[in-house]
Design a protein around this ligand. Structure first.
Ligand code: ZN
Length: 92
């Protein structure tokens, strides 16, 4: 798997490891506040209840969680992708 490093567009200070080039990548420090929030759905709560290190090192997982907190729902594809990445990181 090829990974790239891109500077966070918010603070322009920290680098974020990404898999695919994206326009707007944010680092963990900038995302931290947006990752806080109450999740009421038990299934979602369980899914997002992963090692915090995963959120630190993976901007994709952060973006999925932020999406959920913002819109209150995710597509099947997003859920699937989230679980896949978590599984991959757990094996490391
Ligand atoms: Zn940043």
């Amino acid at each position: 798997m090829v990974a790239y490093k891109q500077k966070c567009w918010k603070c322009k200070k920290n680098y974020v490891v990404i898999i695919r080039a994206q326009k707007f990548v944010t680092c963990y420090d900038c995302d931290k506040e947006n990752l806080k929030g109450k999740i009421k759905n038990p299934a979602m709560k369980k899914m997002f209840n992963i090692n915090n290190e995963f959120y630190k090192e993976n901007s994709f997982l952060r973006s999925i969680k932020m999406n959920y907190l913002r819109y209150g729902e995710l597509t099947e594809k997003q859920i699937e992708a989230f679980k896949k990445v978590v599984e991959k990181l757990s094996k490391k």
